[in-house]
Design a protein. Structure first.
Length: 100
């Protein structure tokens, strides 16, 4: 199963996006575990397929270089898709990076 982790400042805005991504995944019949955490929780990462950063924490990308080095994609969510809470488009971006 694909495990998608979203990270933002406090975890509030991404939790709304997670819900929309989960709805999109359900609509597509795509099995995924999607969750959001605050930046302070991001150090407790384990067993994920992809890490997606909210635009407001894009500066954290270099902090996760070791994940990228181990083959786990780390990306910044597109600002427009994030701002409009376009869960379907963000899920599509995740799938594209995972080559699904």
């Amino acid at each position: 199963m694909v495990k998608i982790l979203l990270v933002c400042s406090a975890g509030m805005s991404t939790s709304m996006l997670v819900k929309r991504m989960q709805d999109a995944a359900l609509e597509e019949g795509f099995q995924a575990e999607i969750q959001a955490v605050a930046e302070s929780e991001a150090t407790k990462i384990n067993d994920i397929s992809i890490l997606m950063l909210g635009p407001q924490v894009r500066y954290l990308k270099s902090k996760f270089k070791s994940l990228e080095d181990s083959g786990i994609p780390v990306t910044v969510i597109d600002t427009v898709k994030y701002g409009t809470m376009n869960g379907k488009a963000v899920l599509a971006d995740a799938k594209a990076l995972l080559k699904i």
